[in-house]
Write a new protein. Structure first.
Length: 512
């Protein structure tokens, strides 16, 4: 099945099984805004817990905060967002549709990359077992031609973006004969800048309302609290401040489901270090964050670093952790060495001294910062996409299963009486009563046991127990494993120990 079709299926699965709904669904939705349903919120909370505990619990020099979404408007002047948080937009005159010029070019490059994949597939078909992909990629003339084209477009594009050269962006679109996906024409307007921050007002207009912004990142809430936390927590460098919270961006090209949203959630950690030590900590956080992702067991081949060649003016190193989604390798997390830019800017704009007194050096200086910044929703999407499988069974049937890491699964255990009579529901509820204090359980007595297993597979429940007539005699139940579908009898008194070890976040955290 084409990756595009799989992605469509995942999106409808998310809706059908209570993971993600379009916002204001009964009003036909609101572009790029989504609600998390009864299963989605549990999965999302578990992802957040996994991140939070890996930061705040496992590092004694990292603390958390929860800053407000509304901030003083000068924060965004100081951070550079008022002047530079822009997207280059271009309109197609025929379809009247608006696009991000950079995304049009990136999509064009992705199409060229797909052409290479098609050549590889053709080569594999032709040479069968003798096919050597590395050799083919290095020697095939058609592949070489496409690679040259990609490199040429990419270097023009990177230069135009770095220099904010909008005429050149438009020229690339024209030269590459990129057409509007709706009208199919090349009738493009000029490229214009568009600020991504949402503006609103606080206070009544009569009193003189102040324009403020909905924060486009959570990081600034950390920077403006650096002094508060350092002093009240008596923190010594190096130390970190972590935060999870909503961020808002007026994304123009909103697509790919929850990959690019207008209201989303970030998990950010700013790590304050002594100037000159930042590269050592940048490398440390690159490895630490990659280990966090890979502990989920999705296969190291599905991740890669994408080091930034062109850096923002305040950064001296930056990389993305990309994950293989059905629409290609995409950024899930950014790790940035931001120098002393943010703290210095806030010192300048607020007039406050924002420094650290180093007792060993007996002097004050502005700390440098390494930032790790991951989108909760993108992480959620990567977990769902990797876990989704339409599995062909020996019986010829197909079952849809989410192989979620057990610690992230919304429901850990389903408690299922085999039939709705003979005292089995009562016994099942008695067991549920004991287990529900230990992990998230669901009781289900409707439909055949087979249908109930499938429902649980579809939401990624790692274990099901079935209460049958033997349970009443020998106090045992059938424990079914989601992935292997194997079943074995277990004493009810052993259930907590067996399951807790497999589904607990602690087990996952211990892999780090
Ligand atoms: N403080 C740095 C910062 O915000 P960013 O690369 O703009 O950096 C960090 O964003 C992460 O936030 C991204 O890697 C992505 O996971 C997530 N993110 C950014 N924009 C998003 C959007 N429109 N929808 C969903 N997630 C987004």
């Amino acid at each position: 099945m084409a990756q595009e079709d799989i992605f469509k299926k995942i999106v409808s699965h998310c809706k059908e099984y209570g993971f993600v709904f379009p916002s204001s669904d009964i009003y036909d939705g609101l572009g790029a805004v989504y609600d998390y349903g009864q299963n989605g919120v549990e999965l999302k909370n578990n992802i957040k817990q996994y991140w939070w505990q890996s930061m705040v619990l496992l590092h004694d020099n990292i603390v958390g905060i929860d800053s407000a979404i509304f901030m003083h408007p000068t924060v965004w002047k100081a951070s550079g967002h008022v002047d530079a948080f822009n997207d280059p937009l271009i309109d197609n005159r025929d379809s009247k549709k608006r696009y991000r010029a950079d995304v049009l070019i990136e999509d064009h490059i992705a199409k060229l990359e797909e052409k290479i994949e098609k050549e590889v597939a053709k080569g594999r078909k032709r040479f069968k077992d003798a096919f050597d992909e590395q050799q083919f990629l290095a020697t095939n003339s058609r592949v070489a031609e496409i690679k040259d084209k990609i490199n040429a477009v990419h270097s023009r594009f990177a230069k135009a973006m770095a220099e904010s050269d909008f005429e050149e962006l438009r020229q690339i679109i024209l030269d590459e004969e990129i057409v509007c996906p709706i009208s199919g024409t090349r009738n493009w307007t000029e490229v214009r800048q568009f600020n991504l921050m949402f503006k609103t007002e606080v206070g009544s207009t009569a009193d003189g309302a102040t324009s403020i912004y909905l924060r486009p990142e959570t990081a600034q809430g950390i920077f403006v609290n650096y002094l508060n936390v350092q002093k009240t927590g008596r923190m010594k460098l190096p130390f970190g401040i972590a935060q999870i919270g909503k961020a808002f961006r007026n994304e123009i090209v909103a697509r790919q489901f929850i990959f690019r949203m207008r209201e989303f959630e970030q998990m950010e950690m700013q790590f304050f270090v002594k100037p000159g030590t930042e590269m050592q900590f940048f490398d440390f956080w690159k490895q630490t964050r990659m280990a966090w992702h890979q502990a989920l067991g999705f296969g190291s081949e599905n991740y890669r670093f994408h080091d930034h060649e062109k850096l923002a003016h305040y950064a001296n190193a930056a990389t993305d952790i990309e994950f293989h989604l059905p629409f290609g390798y995409k950024e899930i997390e950014g790790i940035h060495s931001r120098t002393d830019f943010d703290l210095s800017q806030h010192a300048k704009f607020s007039g406050k001294k924002i420094e650290y007194f180093d007792p060993e050096e007996n002097k004050s200086y502005t700390p440098y910062v390494i930032e790790t910044s991951i989108g909760v929703d993108r992480m959620f999407l990567s977990v769902i996409c990797h876990s989704y499988e339409e599995e062909k069974l020996d019986s010829g049937e197909t079952r849809t299963v989410l192989h979620l890491p057990a610690a992230l699964a919304p429901i850990k255990l389903a408690v299922l009486p085999l039939v709705k009579k003979d005292g089995l529901p009562e016994k099942a509820r008695e067991i549920l009563q004991q287990l529900k204090f230990h992990f998230n359980c669901k009781y289900d007595e409707k439909d055949t046991i087979g249908k109930r297993y499938r429902r649980m597979d579809a939401i990624g429940t790692p274990y099901c127990i079935t209460i049958d007539h033997d349970t009443l005699k020998d106090n045992t139940v059938t424990l079914r494993d989601r992935d292997t579908m194997e079943q074995h009898r277990v004493d009810i008194n052993q259930l907590i120990d067996i399951i807790e070890d497999k589904v607990s976040l602690t087990t996952l955290l211990k892999k780090l």
